[in-house]
Design a protein around this ligand. Structure first.
Ligand code: PLP
Length: 371
């Protein structure tokens, strides 16, 4: 162990997860979503792994994210920038030859005025964020893009608000609105790539797949439904690993950490592990997480500080200074999922990996082999 805490990212797992999701949406192209630095896994590595797993499109949210991928040598695949862009950001996105999402006439005009580009028209079928709510206006935008010689109409899209809430009716309502709009476009002979599905929708309903699926969370082996990725055939691609930097006896009545939130009830041992909220291991995990050492589960105890956490090793311990400590990952039949940590914090798995800060180096490997 050469660094205090590291995120080990298995790019081969990302490739396999893309293949798994693609197999669930046969006949649709796979667009790998690598926004927010690939959900914390590393955007460039995630994009490369996704392409080798069969993705043919990449999606990000910001113009800079598109620029970064192009600069890293991803010159070929179409890159869709899904976010709202200021005029300055639009310039950056177009310079990166990215596809732009539009939902007003002014946005089409702005792309046109900059010499043109590839556009996707977004219908807001109920997410209530970006896109026009009006299918008539959306069709008008499609027509306007088609008629403009410097614009290339590429896509017609929407985004689901509740795809991950199995059994809710709103998903069907959104899907119905989008299906009707796409049906009208097709009937009018418009040639466009229709896309709507995120990872949850891919697994939930084939009727949502259309021509292309935008898969994010699932390609990282995080469960779109927040429960267990293995149930979907998905493999977590990221492990968070640190080490026992100090192993010390603790007497009954002695404490560890700020505020004395852990006081030993019996004589025993405590390990100090150099990872904390300054690495993205959130303070809300105070007395609220477990770790794996030597394939055994131990409670993390006491306050999570900026740079360290403490682990209760119990009365008799085989743990030594230098031993590996796994905060996210599987060892010896035990596993700690991002979903488990998310549940403890009252959040979602997305936020656990996205929340790992730059102080944690991302170490890439392919099933253990260096890349
Ligand atoms: C993030 C995002 C996705 C991917 O969603 P996942 O739930 O991570 O699969 C798809 N489409 C849009 C518009 C997004 O912002």
């Amino acid at each position: 162990m050469t660094v205090r805490a590291q995120a080990r990212v298995n790019v081969a797992a990302i490739s396999r997860n893309v293949a798994t999701l693609s197999a669930a949406a046969p006949g649709s192209a796979a667009c790998a979503v690598v926004k927010a630095d690939g959900y914390g896994h590393g955007a460039v590595a995630a994009a490369r792994a996704a392409l080798s797993g069969g993705a043919t499109w990449i999606a990000v949210v910001t113009a800079r994210e598109a620029e970064q991928l192009r600069a890293a040598g991803l010159t070929e695949p179409p890159i869709l920038v899904m976010g709202a862009l200021s005029t300055e950001e639009l310039d950056i996105a177009l310079a990166a030859r990215a596809d732009i999402v539009v939902w007003t006439e002014g946005m089409l005009d702005a792309v046109s005025a900059r010499g043109g580009g590839r556009v996707h028209v977004k219908l807001d079928t109920g997410m209530g964020r970006l896109g026009t709510r009006d299918p008539v206006r959306a069709t008008g935008l499609v027509r306007r893009a088609e008629a403009d010689p410097v614009l290339e109409l590429v896509g017609a899209m929407t985004h689901f608000a509740t795809a991950d809430e199995r059994g809710d009716a709103f998903f069907g309502e959104q899907l119905g609105r989008f299906t009707a709009w796409v049906g009208e476009l097709r009937a009018a002979g418009v040639n466009v790539i229709a896309h709507a599905a995120n990872s949850a929708a891919v697994l939930r309903d084939p009727a949502s797949h259309f021509d292309l699926v935008r898969v994010g969370v699932g390609i990282y082996g995080l469960d779109p439904f927040g429960v267990d990725p293995a149930a979907q055939g998905l493999e977590p691609a990221l492990e968070l690993v640190s080490w026992a930097a100090a192993v010390k006896p603790i007497a009954a009545g002695e404490s560890a950490g700020y505020g004395r939130r852990f006081v030993a009830s019996t004589d025993g041992w405590v390990a100090t592990v150099p990872v904390g909220y300054g690495d993205g291991w959130r303070r809300g995990l105070t007395n609220n997480a477990q770790v794996l050492i030597g394939g055994r589960r131990f409670p993390q105890v006491g306050t999570v500080s900026m740079d360290n956490v403490t682990v209760d090793l119990g009365p008799g311990t085989g743990v030594s200074t230098g031993d590996e400590v796994v905060l996210l990952g599987a060892r010896g039949g035990e596993r700690i999922l991002a979903e488990d940590v998310a549940r403890a914090l009252g959040t979602i798995n997305y936020e656990i990996t996205c929340g790992l800060l730059p102080r944690v180096p991302r170490i890439l490997h392919a099933d253990g082999a260096p890349v």
